[in-house]
Design a binder for this molecule. Structure first.
Ligand code: 13P
Length: 399
């Protein structure tokens, strides 16, 4: 490396100029690329690590810590409205605030929950007692995270498939979320098996995830990479396995192309299961076998954590499947990032009534503890309620 030319990350704009209208002091990565001129071969451009690299690795390890997983509570206002409607409540900001206050203030939650994914409204919101939601989480030893995608829209030129929006302005949004206390991010895109999936839809999903990942890391947030393979369909488990291999193949191809730091990401895959309408059901052992085979073939051990989504499985099913995957030692922390499979009984128990808050909080703590045991491979399934065994699959579910 006789001569090395240092290139600035942006030759035209200072990074803070991208954060229009916000009084943020942003940390400047010292250098983002290093150009080396070895004597006999052509110039080789090597990207230097993000200035956040150490912090990203630390955050990812904290979220992927033993016996803990993620509480996904990042339903968009529209989706949260559907959850509230199911218990007869109006979709008002006050009702969303009351419900999310209940969730983040569960005493002792941080023993089982390492991170909570929030919707933007909650990241900037206070509890009903006037404390910042983010501060309450940090006091509970829970890392605040933020959903950063802007949802799904139809993918022109495809077989009725969709693509995920949100890359425009993402750098400034993630920088602002970091200032607000978020330390990890989530981007959920979907792949539909009954509608293909077409090559176009898989490529679009993988490329979008990879661009988001690079941008989130550049701004200090550990990206959760979530290509959800929807449960919809009559296909068997083999077909899901085949599609999942294809999807993760492309995702990692583009993650590498975008120079992401694998030690500073988390994955949120769907478990490999039969389609929701398939007659042949799979046992937790079969789900674990297929899912672990997929992960072993596609996921480098440098990735610290695999945090599964529940995707419409019942609370008990999601816990049993996770437990089955933790019967042997895995190269990654294999855990949960559930929304429905953590919140379902809790929401119903609450029913919007202040007198039920304590019982609802206990219901959430039971689910969190069960999944914590499943992360350790020690879940027995004893004493589960009938409610917790009910499936929550909804066709074409969106966030
Ligand atoms: P579910 O566990 O309900 O499938 O939630 C998925 C998700 O992406 C929430 O962040």
């Amino acid at each position: 490396m006789a001569s090395a030319t240092l290139l600035k990350s942006s030759p035209v704009l200072d990074k803070s100029e991208w954060v229009k209208g916000q009084s943020l002091t942003l940390r400047q990565p010292p250098v983002s690329t290093v150009r080396c001129h070895p004597t006999s071969s052509p110039a080789l451009t090597v990207r230097a690590a993000s200035s956040y690299a150490d912090e990203l690795i630390k955050t990812a390890k904290t979220v992927a810590s033993k016996g803990r997983g993620i509480l996904a509570m990042d339903e968009s206002n529209a989706t949260c409205g559907k959850r509230l409607a199911s218990i007869g409540l109006e979709n008002t900001e006050a009702n969303r605030q009351a419900y999310r206050t209940l969730l983040v203030t569960v005493p002792g939650l941080g023993q089982y929950i390492s991170g909570a994914i929030l919707f933007e409204e909650t990241l900037y919101q206070s509890t009903t007692d006037g404390k910042k939601m983010v501060d309450v989480l940090v006091e509970q030893n829970i890392v605040p995270g933020i959903k950063v995608d802007k949802g799904l829209v139809p993918l022109a030129g495809s077989n009725d498939e969709s693509w995920c929006q949100g890359l425009d302005g993402l750098a400034s949004r993630t920088a602002a979320y970091y200032q607000q206390g978020a330390r990890f991010a989530k981007w959920r895109t979907v792949v539909s098996i009954p509608n293909g999936p077409s090559e176009l839809a898989v490529t679009e999903a993988a490329w979008g995830l990879a661009r988001y990942t690079a941008i989130a890391q550049d701004n200090g947030l550990v990206p959760i990479v979530e290509p959800e393979i929807l449960l919809d369909g009559e296909h068997g488990i083999e077909r899901t396995f085949e599609v999942a291999q294809k999807v993760w193949n492309k995702v990692f191809f583009y993650l590498a192309e975008n120079n992401v730091l694998y030690e500073g990401i988390l994955l949120k895959p769907s478990m490999v299961t039969p389609g929701a309408e398939c007659k042949d059901r799979a046992t937790p052992q079969q789900v674990a076998d297929y899912t672990l085979k997929l992960l072993q073939r596609r996921i480098p051990p440098a990735v610290p954590g695999i945090m599964f989504l529940s995707g419409g499985q019942s609370e008990v099913e999601a816990t049993q499947n996770l437990n089955a995957m933790n019967q042997s030692t895995n190269p990654w922390h294999v855990s949960f990032s559930y929304a429905r499979a953590l919140q379902n009984t809790c929401l119903k128990t609450w029913g919007g009534r202040p007198e039920n808050v304590k019982a609802a909080q206990e219901a959430l703590l039971i689910r969190a503890k069960s999944n914590s045991l499943a992360q350790l491979g020690k879940y027995t399934g004893e004493g589960e309620s009938e409610e917790a065994k009910k499936g929550m699959f909804v066709k074409g579910y969106s966030y």
